[in-house]
Each structure stands twice: as C-alpha cells, then as structure tokens.
Design a protein around this ligand. Structure first.
Ligand code: BG6
Length: 329
C-alpha cells in the first residue's frame, strides 16, 4: 500500500486550539471516594459515605478543613471532621411526644451515615458558560444522590423514617470557594419535616487568635447554658471554652478572622441558622474519634443550617439550601 503524501493527521487534544485545561475527577481504587482537581491545583475530596467532604485544598496544597486523625473513614461511623451533612434531624432526636417523625433516629440523622451515589460531574463551561469569567479560572461540580430507594441508605432510615424522599447534594469547587448545596424532595404523598445542616469543620491556625464576625445582635440558643435564648453582644466573637450555639443571624457573611485578617467568609442561601461549635479540651478528651486531643485549637465548626424550626415539605415539594465558603488570603 502506498502512503499518501498529505495524509491528514488525526487531531490530538493537546493540539486542539481554544480548549482550556479541564478539571480532573478521579475515583479511589476502592471506589469509596471521589476527588476533583482544578487545573490550577485546588482540590476537593468527597467520601461517598455521608457524601462527606473530607478535604478541600487551595492551589498551594493548604488544607482548609479539619479532619480528626482518629476519624473513621470506613463507613463504620460518621466522620469526625470535614463537612458531614445533617438530615433530617439536628442534634439528639426529640422525644416521641415532641416530634414522633424523627424520634427514632440517631443524632444528626442518617444522611451522614448512608452511602451516597455519585451522580456525575459538571465542569467549568457547562457550569458558568462562556464570557462569565469563571471559565478562565475553572470550576467543577460533583453531584451525589440518596433516596428512600437507595441501596446505601442507613437501615435506621427505613426503620424510623419511612418516607419517600430524594436528596441531591452538590459540591462546587472553584478557585477561591467551595459551595455545598442540597435539594431535598418529598416523593411521598404526605408532608414530612426536616432539619438540614452543613457541619463544616474549618481548619484554623490557633483558636485563641480567632474572632468571628457577622453574628452581632443575632439571637442564639446557648446549648452549654441550659438552652437559654440570648443575644450576641459582641461584634467580634472569641472562643475561650466549650461553645455550642445555634444562631439566627440576619443574612450576610459570617467571617472567621485570624490575627486580624479575614481567612474565611461563609454565606448562606435559604439557611437561616449558623451553629458555632468547638468542643474545647474536656469534651474533646471524651470523644474517642477526636485526635489529637488538642486538635480543638485548630478547628472551628461554622455550620449553616435550617434547624431552629422544622421545615415542613409538602408532597411533591422540595427544600433547597446552600453554603458558600470563600477563602481570603
Ligand atoms: O458528635 P456529633 O454527633 O458529630 O456532634 C458534634 C456536635 O455537633 C454540633 O452541631 C452540635 O451543636 C453539638 O451539640 C454536637 O456535640
């Protein structure tokens, strides 16, 4: 056979003009987690168990979330750290008399203790569209699903929360921020109630040098002082001991300031509460999966949620909520 002199060469990806580098999405060998990396180096890692975000790094590789060194990542226990998702009940379940629907569930519900399904990814162009600037920087969204029919559903849900539901949880990584959002749809023919909360463990350098802004004049329930309702009087909240508060702030960012510099700002969409939690020394000492024991100095939970009242979701309706955490250098 004679070679044609001007035989056209097959196009190669590298040579394709105008195609910007794309984020990569990979699965771990055991299929337990999915990792997304932007072309500029930022990354996020999500464990299918709980759809728990267990790592979020900036382009320099600096970790933004705190995960306990003793956290169980094998699906035997909710993860101590990262971003566990709380649904459909926040905190210890209420009594049968208070709220029969959720009384039989365990603390913080079953979303964080079920194995979710990875539904797919969307990357920069489909997310942002051309001309919106974001394509220059890259972004990737990972979608996860859990429903009443899911194989991975924690058995406590089937036994104690026998409703039809469908949850879609999305994790959107862009260069400076991470957004997590949930759509909780009622597929049943009767209403059900839920709480939703994103239990974010932010990594901080030294809790003693942290101030939290954005809570000024907000009312809160102080869970370490007999669940009294109080009003935040400090424009710059400091953490000096065990702290467990359910705030109802006005809209606007809640910021973490370290050494006088804002390091994170957290904004909310349709989530009216922010829980601020740090277990401090004694409580951390009593938690088997909390390590190192002085790790409370390097973490601060800022947890956007909808937990001070029940969200009643009608048949066929959905509850949606989201948080965006932005890194400030
Ligand atoms: O140990 P868990 O179930 O992960 O909960 C940790 C903390 O989560 C917080 O959201 C609660 O306000 C605290 O009361 C609780 O101690």
């Amino acid at each position: 056979m004679v070679e044609r002199a001007n035989k056209p060469k097959p196009p190669t990806l590298a040579a394709t003009p105008g195609l910007p580098p794309q984020p990569t999405v990979t699965f771990s060998d055991d299929n337990s987690r999915v990792t997304a990396v932007l072309p500029t180096g930022e990354s996020v890692e999500v464990l299918l168990y709980g759809a728990t975000v267990i790592s979020w790094k900036d382009a320099a590789g600096d970790e933004k979330l705190w995960v306990s060194e003793a956290a169980r990542l094998d699906g035997s226990k909710p993860v101590r750290g990262g971003i566990p998702l709380v649904f459909p009940v926040f905190g210890p379940p209420p009594s049968q008399a208070e709220h029969p629907q959720t009384a039989g569930l365990s603390q913080h519900g079953f979303a964080r203790s079920s194995r979710w399904e990875f539904l797919g990814k969307s990357t920069s162009e489909s997310l942002m569209g051309p001309g919106k600037g974001a394509t220059d920087h890259g972004a990737v969204k990972l979608d996860f699903g859990l429903s009443s029919g899911s194989e991975g559903l924690d058995p406590q849900a089937r036994a104690h929360w026998p409703f039809k539901f469908n949850l879609i949880y999305s994790v959107l990584l862009s260069r400076e921020s991470l957004t997590t959002s949930i759509v909780a749809t009622n597929d049943d023919d009767k209403p059900w109630d839920c709480h939703v909360l994103m239990h974010t463990y932010l990594r901080v350098k030294d809790i003693n040098k942290v101030e939290i802004t954005g809570l000024d004049k907000a009312s809160y329930i102080d869970k370490v002082d007999g669940a009294k309702t109080k009003t935040e009087e400090s424009g710059k909240l400091t953490i000096t001991g065990e702290t467990d508060r359910v705030y109802s702030p006005v809209d606007g960012p809640v910021c973490v300031v370290e050494n006088g510099e804002t390091t994170y700002s957290v904004t909310r969409d349709n989530l009216s509460n922010v829980v601020v939690w740090n277990p401090w020394a004694d409580k951390a000492a009593g938690m088997g999966d909390f390590a190192p024991k002085d790790g409370y100095k390097n973490m601060l939970c800022i947890e956007p949620g909808s937990v001070s009242t029940w969200q009643s979701v009608e048949a066929g309706d959905a509850f949606e909520g989201a948080q965006t955490i932005t890194i400030h250098q």
